[in-house]
Design a protein around this ligand. Structure first.
Ligand code: KE4
Length: 434
């Protein structure tokens, strides 16, 4: 495939935008080549500025569970836009979306909206600190909670991809209050609690990690984490910005039965428009201004267009009883097919799926944490990414990301993807042997 228009668009962008992108992971740094500039999407497909069409497994990094430009979502946004885009006042749409979230996410009694997942996690941690009057937070190496200072320590996603998991610019004083533990390492977690217990305001965790690639919790890990937080009265924050309405209708907390004290959400709840949210028990949420002392604000928090897109999306998620079963079947067929193809070509790999999310690593695995994720063959991933791109399949441009399915993906799409994967590995391995 030729990407002339993307190449010139990238050159233009770099004149006025650092790196030519507004979010680092889009820059193709870890897979090489020029980021593909997209111009439209419909259902499971996106189209780039050169007119190439791709089956899309990134789906804007998770939000588009109904696929691109779903008619009900487009209609909701355009109807809302015709009434005005923002008022800076309360609107009933905010209550309607909040009611949908409260009805479907088991631990959430009340919720506050933001305009991004980063704002949601940042405010959830401030609330945990204000509620407990403590300062330390615990996070897990390789987990990503957005681009706020407290989280850019051993961070995943594009911080990991770009080799800056500990970003410059984060003050030592901030880093000193972030305790980093290895994911799935109960012994290390118990040690951290033994050392810092009564100083821990909260633990923030991706219950199913999407930002190292997809890494699932060991049996009992989340249950132990819950017990440790309860013992020292620290708040357990499930960062479900990615897993919310993705691994199950009620997220990882519904799937595992482990109830956090606070949950952060984003992506799906905005239907592709900028929304984040944080919520939990009413008593904790009452600590937020103007009811309580912990400050939160945001000019476009609860924006009417974003609320309309979220309401249209969550109503369809609520009313489609078999949605998650169907998507998990697609994810299983895809990952089992990839397993067979990788095995056939003698490529070390491991695969995983949960609800509408899937992932694979080019390492024999098991991948249980950042250290084992980092053994993945990122050079092979880069070749595979481009070979699949040339065959009309758009995967995440980084080994350390998850893949996503939508209600618009079909079994024929999966068959086409698996055929492309088989051809891609054949061509890569033949070339490598030449
Ligand atoms: P945003 O600020 O990007 O809306 O959300 C931050 C965030 C918080 N928590 C989790 C678990 C997340 O996955 C994210 C954002 N995810 C990345 C994808 N790995 C967004 C893609 C990007 O950075 O452009």
């Amino acid at each position: 495939m030729k990407f002339e228009r993307s190449i010139s668009a990238f050159a233009r962008a770099k004149n006025v935008i650092p790196g030519g992108v507004n979010s680092s992971v889009r820059a193709f740094k870890s897979v090489g080549g020029t980021p593909v500039f997209m111009k439209s999407g419909s259902g499971a497909r996106i189209c780039d500025v050169d007119g190439h069409e791709f089956i899309d497994y990134v789906l804007s990094w998770g939000p588009l569970i109904l696929g691109h430009a779903h008619p009900a979502v487009v209609k909701a946004i355009s109807n809302a836009a015709a009434r005005g885009s923002s008022f800076g006042t309360p609107t009933e749409a905010e209550s309607e979306l909040a009611e949908l979230i409260v009805a479907m996410v088991p631990s959430i009694e009340r919720v506050r909206f933001t305009s991004s997942g980063t704002e949601a996690t940042m405010n959830a941690v401030r609330l945990a600190r204000g509620y407990t009057r403590r300062e330390k937070i615990v996070k897990f190496a390789g987990c990503y909670h957005g681009a706020a200072d407290p989280f850019l320590i051993a961070a995943g996603s594009s911080a990991l991809t770009l080799g800056v998991p500990n970003s410059p610019g984060v003050p030592k004083s901030v880093a000193a209050d972030t305790i980093v533990v290895n994911y799935n390492d109960v012994a290390a977690l118990e040690l951290a609690f033994a050392q810092h217990g009564d100083d821990i305001a909260g633990v923030i965790v991706e219950p199913f990690v999407g930002n190292m690639g997809l890494v699932l919790p060991d049996d009992g890990f989340l249950q132990r984490l819950r017990a440790l937080c309860t013992d020292v009265k620290a708040l357990l924050v499930f960062d479900e910005v990615m897993t919310g309405f993705r691994v199950a209708r009620g997220g990882a907390q519904e799937r595992t039965g482990v109830m956090p004290d606070l949950t952060t959400l984003g992506k799906v709840i905005g239907g592709g428009l900028p929304v984040g949210a944080f919520g939990g028990r009413s008593e904790i949420m009452s600590y937020l201004t103007p009811e309580g002392p912990v400050f939160h604000a945001g000019t476009l928090s609860g924006n009417p267009l974003a609320m309309a897109a979220g309401i249209a999306t969550l109503k369809m998620v609520r009313d489609d009883a078999t949605l998650y079963d169907r998507l998990e079947v697609l994810a299983r067929v895809l990952t089992e097919g990839l397993h067979e193809i990788f095995s056939k070509h003698g490529v070390g790999h491991t695969t995983a799926y949960a609800g509408s999310m899937f992932g694979f690593f080019f390492t024999p695995g098991p991948v249980r944490n950042l250290e084992t994720a980092m053994t993945a063959d990122t050079a092979l991933y880069a070749k595979f990414f481009h070979a699949m791109l040339d065959r009309g399949i758009y995967l995440a441009p980084s080994q350390f990301e998850a893949g996503f399915l939508s209600t618009a993906h079909t079994t024929r799409d999966i068959e086409h993807t698996l055929a492309a994967a088989d051809e891609s590995l054949s061509s890569i391995l033949t070339r490598d042997l030449a």
